[in-house]
Design a protein around this ligand. Structure first.
Ligand SMILES: Nc1ncnc2c1ncn2[C@@H]1O[C@H](COP(=O)(O)OP(=O)(O)OP(=O)(O)O)[C@@H](O)[C@H]1O
Length: 316
């Protein structure tokens, strides 16, 4: 695609003598209102690319995404934009926000489930994996390889699982139960990522830390998340981990994003290219108003409700 070829030759490291790109007043990143794109199922207009084109995340083309960045770099704002764009669509949104639900809680009205601790996350992910197996059976019975081939009436609703702060799911305090829970979470996320593509299960995972210090499960998961977005990072290693397996020049550009460039990121495109881009700023008010407006469209996911109810029952 034309929009993604922008950096093919012009960006390289300072050591190699070429100039890195930065946002300026004449830069499209400073005027994000310009870009637009048609609405399509599972497609979200996130912001503007450096060449002025629309920055679109299309989960039908790239099913799973990893979003990295230091604190206050723009991760939650990007997730807010994504949810605001998906809210009017026929999709189920599931939030996993183990920082107490402070970020994704804004969208509670439009989320089919919101988990705020890892114990709940394990229950919800396990229910989704079971649902995925049902979807697999339905496809097999009908002789199809994906839910998208099923007739409209039989097609299950696509589910987008949004994780704010991946590390919360993988870190363990050393206790045996905590370790087991982290491992369960890791296994379930990996299973969703591996099998979900054809079955309408999508993962969008954001975190400050996305490296193997969180355990081998994170490396395996990262390999399954084909879409990558890297905001400003605290350490060069995070940009390397996020983009390095895709494009070395992209790493250098991500490492050059400054503290003032909030919402600026390097993002990958659908056909292997990449670009600098800036997300549209979504205010807290806009986010919660959108969630309220489309709350009636929130699909019920009974399997998840049952799993969470069982958890509550077990806790009494
Ligand atoms: N696209 C954007 N355009 C302009 N400003 C932005 C944009 N994205 C984020 N900001 C500004 O940066 C601030 C921090 O953004 P955000 O909360 O999304 O960061 P974060 O990476 O999620 O941080 P944390 O890890 O601490 O939750 C926002 O409050 C907003 O003021």
């Amino acid at each position: 695609m034309h929009a993604w070829k922008v950096h093919a030759v012009r960006v390289t490291s300072p050591e190699r003598g070429l100039v890195l790109l930065t946002a300026t007043a004449s830069d499209p990143l400073a005027r994000p209102g310009l870009a637009s794109a048609p609405a399509a199922l599972l497609s979200a207009l996130i912001g503007v690319l450096e060449n002025g084109g629309a920055w679109v995340m299309d989960l039908r083309l790239v099913p799973h995404w990893l979003i990295a960045g230091a604190t206050r770099s723009g991760k939650s704002t990007l997730l807010a934009r994504l949810i605001t764009q998906l809210a009017p669509q026929q999709v189920a949104l599931v939030g996993i926000d183990c920082k107490g639900g402070m970020e994704l809680g804004l969208f509670a009205g439009r989320l089919s489930a919101l988990t705020t601790c890892r114990r709940e996350a394990v229950a919800v992910l396990a229910a989704l994996v079971l649902d995925m197996q049902d979807r697999m059976r339905a496809c097999r019975t009908a002789g199809f390889r994906s839910i998208w081939e099923l007739p409209d009436k039989l097609r299950p609703i696509p589910v987008v699982v949004i994780v704010d702060e991946l590390a919360e799911l993988y870190l363990s305090d050393g206790r045996r139960e905590s370790k087991a829970e982290a491992e369960q979470c890791s296994t379930l996320l990996l299973r969703l990522a591996q099998l979900g593509v054809a079955l309408g299960m999508h993962l969008v995972v954001a975190g400050q830390r996305v490296g193997s210090d969180l355990g081998p499960g994170v490396t395996a998961l990262r390999a399954q998340l084909g879409g990558r977005i890297c905001h400003r990072v605290n350490d060069p290693g995070t940009a390397e981990i996020t983009l390095g397996d895709l494009n070395k020049d992209a790493v250098v550009v991500a490492q050059s994003i400054t503290q003032d460039e909030k919402g600026v990121a390097v993002c990958t495109g659908p056909e292997g290219g990449w670009s600098r881009a800036r997300s549209h700023l979504t205010s807290t008010e806009e986010a919660s108003a959108t969630a309220r407006k489309y709350a009636a469209m929130t699909p019920e996911l009974p399997a998840i409700d049952l799993a969470l109810a069982a958890l509550e029952g077990g806790a009494e």
